[in-house]
Design a protein around this ligand. Structure first.
Ligand code: C2E
Ligand code: CA
Ligand code: CA
Length: 527
């Protein structure tokens, strides 16, 4: 364009000089004027064309720039700048393909690093710019310790994946996982706060833990989830983890099916309550051990149509994790209340029933309403109805927990702390809780005859409980000697295989009718 701007005035002067000559014939002058006109027209078109080309090339550049940006948005994480799961997928496919055709196939390790709940908490508590910076900083720290044969990806907000090619899985992986934990474990310092974040790591190795990309990624994910579940910081995939994960899914599916049938009849067909008796113990007139039936703990049983009897220790945690414990738990509350009411109608009205509540059930906002309905419908006595909760259920959120305990107490229902001694185990906090009893965990009873340390703890608990006016139940009593010792130190209530195993509802009813109101004397020879 500049060329034209300069040449045109110059040509103009030349043309005017020629045209002003008076020796030109009129024909020649006419041709000259026409030629000049055509020239100017050509020049004009040329200028136009050049500007069109410039505009077009600007547009092409803009399009390329946008495409690049879009590509980087699609393939790179905005916060960390690291390639995302699309790139990981693509890279892993390529690396595995190369490994398969190589003369000496190399192992490829997939390591998933998940930031722990401290990051989730920071996410909730702090402004976005802080957590964005934490992620950026994590990416930087991981990159700083990245070995030459490794690639790093940012696959989810709190999750990074490392591909390590040619590692010795047994030696290098756990050492490397430890370095990852160390570097991410360093404080994140802001002017106002210092944030500390941990991580959980799961790894799997191709070809050992998966024959293709999908399988090896899934194995690493299973290892990570198992680590979360077992509260380990790092786990390598093991084949039994897979069968556990599959079993968990199957169980979940089976519980959903049992509940989907929706009819209470179906739930009642598959689930049932067993009752394990508990007894007041004392020394008889002759100083011997005596017991008297005072109630029973409701323990759920699941008779799966094809699997047979499933242990509650297996399905309760699965139901708890998926939330399915809520419908199962409501059913338990209603059934237990019905049984209690039935016992009272038979004249066994001094017996109480004790129902277990998982942490999630305890937090359920409908709990108090459900208990009220269960008691109302069955006309069971609230003062004979007990709920067993663990220390953790209350301590998770003490204020909320206390409020709920008070509401339950107002119904007249008793609250007992189950598995006492396995959780927070602070005797003093118990004083703040409106409870009527504690169940000393079986692990104490197992050692009651052999460890003087345990004996000391049990005595202290009994002393404190007496002081507070609450009851102590020793659970898991398996022998006469244990029972006898417990009675000798004035432990008021016992439960365990020595006195009675969990019984089907009908069997328990017969057992209760036979034993109700009578005191049974025990001697070592009897058992
Ligand atoms: P838990 O509440 O600590 O219940 C006591 C468990 O110990 C029961 O196992 C019982 O059968 C067993 N047991 C009782 N006496 C003895 C003994 O002398 N020796 C031995 N070795 N074991 C004894 P179970 O019925 O398998 O229940 C296991 C756990 O499942 C329970 O532990 C409880 O946490 C949970 N659970 C059971 N039923 C329910 C329920 O209806 N709802 C909820 N949320 N959890 C339940
Ligand atoms: Ca219990
Ligand atoms: Ca227990």
């Amino acid at each position: 364009m500049n060329d034209n701007a300069e040449t045109l005035p110059h040509l103009n002067t030349v043309f005017e000089a020629i045209a002003s000559r008076d020796d030109l014939s009129s024909d020649l002058r006419k041709s000259l004027v026409e030629l000049w006109g055509a020239h100017k027209e050509t020049q004009h078109l040329l200028v136009q064309a050049r500007s069109d080309i410039a505009l077009l090339s600007d547009r092409v550049l803009e399009k390329e720039r946008r495409e690049k940006k879009l590509e980087s948005q699609l393939l790179y994480n905005r916060k960390s700048g690291l390639p995302n799961h699309f790139v990981l997928d693509n890279d892993l496919t390529g690396i595995i393909r190369e490994a398969v055709v190589a003369a000496h196939p190399r192992t490829i390790a997939v390591m998933i690093v998940a930031l722990d709940e401290a990051y989730e908490m920071a996410h909730k508590a702090l402004d976005r710019q802080y957590t964005d910076w934490i992620i950026y900083e994590c990416a930087g720290r991981l990159q700083d310790i990245l070995p030459a044969n490794a690639r790093l990806y940012h696959t989810r907000d709190n999750e990074f994946v490392l591909l390590l090619v040619g590692v010795d899985p047994l030696i290098n992986l756990s050492a490397y996982a430890e370095r990852v934990r160390e570097t991410l474990g360093d404080n994140f310092k802001f002017p106002e706060y210092t944030v500390r974040i941990g991580c959980l790591i799961g790894s799997a190795v191709f070809p050992r833990d998966g024959a293709n990309k999908t399988q090896v990624l899934r194995s690493a994910d299973i290892a990570l989830n198992t680590a979360k579940h077992l509260q380990k910081s790092y786990l390598e995939f093991r084949p039994n983890m897979q069968s556990q994960a599959i079993e968990k899914m199957e169980l979940q599916d089976a519980i959903i099916r049992a509940l989907e049938e929706q009819s209470i009849a179906e739930i009642s067909r598959q689930f049932s309550l067993f009752f394990q008796p508990y007894f007041a113990v004392s020394r008889g007139e002759a100083g011997g051990l005596c017991s008297r039936l005072i109630g029973a703990e409701a323990l759920i049983r699941w008779e799966h149509p094809t699997r047979g009897l499933v242990d509650p220790c297996r399905f309760i945690p699965v139901a708890e994790e998926s939330g399915l414990i809520i419908p199962i738990g409501s059913w338990t509350l209603f059934r237990a209340a019905e049984h209690l009411s039935e016992w009272a109608e038979l004249g066994l009205n001094e017996l109480s029933v004790s129902v277990n509540l998982s942490p999630r059930q305890f937090k359920d906002p409908n709990l108090v309403e459900n208990v009220t309905k269960a008691l109302g419908r069955s006309k069971a006595s609230p003062t004979r109805f007990r709920l067993e909760i663990t220390e953790g259920s209350v301590m998770d959120d003490l204020d909320q927990g206390l409020r709920k305990l008070h509401k339950i107490s107002q119904l007249g229902v008793e609250i007992v702390i189950d598995d006492f001694g396995t959780g927070y185990s602070s005797l003093n906090y118990l004083r703040r809780l409106p409870i009527q009893g504690i169940k000393l965990d079986k692990s104490f009873i197992d050692e009651v005859l052999t460890s003087s340390h345990t004996q000391g703890i049990i005595r202290a608990v009994l002393h404190m409980a007496e002081d507070m006016g609450i009851e102590v139940v020793a659970e898991g009593v398996e022998s006469f000697s244990q029972a006898d010792y417990l009675a000798s130190i004035a432990c008021p209530v016992v439960q365990g295989y020595y006195f009675g195993k969990p019984l089907q509802a009908d069997s328990f009813k017969r057992f209760a009718e036979k034993n109700y109101g009578s005191t049974v004397a025990h001697s070592e020879k009897n058992h």
